[in-house]
Design a protein around this ligand. Structure first.
Ligand code: AMP
Ligand code: ZN
Ligand code: FE
Ligand code: FE
Length: 281
């Protein structure tokens, strides 16, 4: 059987592998295809596609957009068409929103006594997306925390002392932007929404009405029961099913591409269904 990973991050956002390295890594691990889904950017897609061609590995262009919801909601987008540049203006706004927030978080950390600067955070990021994991990584390098996740738990997660919320699109705007760029909008890791079955059912009805086309029913942090419930909801709302590990390289060191903590398996057949859908509509 052939397996894939439809949720991965590169250095274009907050992964530790370059787009090329990411594609090669997936190939080395025996995956048949990967989607590159960086946060709020398509900067890594060109390099990833090129590397895919070079080593004969199937690469799907994607994105993951954070939208305003409590707690945060993420919408994945797959397969843009030639109108994909439609999304760039919006992504520029999202980058600005991060640029507005990041120095304020660093300032809060400074006030708490941590010696870190925006220059260091930007150097850590390398690309145009500078996100909380880069702040966490600088804190780790300086010995203030032992891991990226400790930095989140103590300081950077919502509700923690250095957290500042940034401006985001609404869920319906996020879906609309992906559709405008010719992409398939998919609800990422629904379990993070912390909703019971009935509330998620209701939310899906709303999102499907706004154009949602799929749901990430196979996800690294799901229990088997959660996956089964999500598959039921996908069936009920006639949604495409996707799956992925949310691979971030050393930013999430326990998660391996394709298999997550070891028990994730996303069959190639799901990708075939997505492709059929793209062609049919
Ligand atoms: P930002 O978009 O700048 O607010 O940063 C959010 C990103 O941080 C998320 O999309 C995740 O990739 C990452 N993140 C959130 N929580 C954690 C955590 N506990 N450990 C590591 N990375 C995290
Ligand atoms: Zn991330
Ligand atoms: Fe996400
Ligand atoms: Fe992700």
């Amino acid at each position: 059987m052939k397996f894939i990973d439809l949720h991965t991050h590169s250095t274009a956002s907050d992964g530790s592998l370059s787009p090329e390295e990411l594609v090669r890594h997936a190939h080395d691990k025996g995956l048949a295809a990967i989607a590159v889904t960086d946060h709020d950017t398509i900067d890594g897609i060109g390099q990833a596609l090129q590397e895919g061609q070079k080593i004969d590995m199937e690469v799907i262009p994607g994105i993951e957009i954070s939208v305003d919801f409590d707690p945060e909601m993420h919408i994945l987008g797959y397969f843009f068409d030639s109108s994909y540049m439609n999304i760039e203006n919006t992504l520029e706004v999202l980058r600005k929103n991060r640029e507005e927030r990041n120095p304020r978080m660093v300032k809060k950390l400074n006030e708490m006594g941590f010696d870190i600067s925006m220059d260091e955070v930007m150097e850590q990021a390398g690309g145009r997306i500078v996100a909380r994991p880069h702040i966490a990584r600088v804190m780790m390098k300086k010995g203030y925390v032992e891991s990226v996740s400790e930095a989140f738990e103590k300081y950077l997660s919502a509700g923690k002392p250095a957290y500042i919320k940034r401006k985001m699109l609404s869920p319906e705007e996020g879906i609309k932007e992906i559709i405008k760029a010719g992409g398939l909008p998919v609800l990422a890791h629904p379990i993070y929404l912390e909703l019971d079955f009935k509330s998620l059912d209701k939310l899906l009805e709303y999102l499907v009405d706004k154009g949602l086309k799929g749901i990430e029913a196979h996800y690294v942090d799901n229990s088997e029961e959660e996956t089964q419930n999500l598959l039921k909801l996908a069936d009920k709302h006639k949604l495409l099913v996707t799956g992925g590990s949310d691979f971030h390289g050393s930013f999430k060191p326990n998660i391996e591409i394709g298999v997550g903590f070891g028990n994730l398996h996303v069959p190639y057949e799901l990708l075939e269904r997505m492709k059929r859908y793209s062609v049919d509509t």
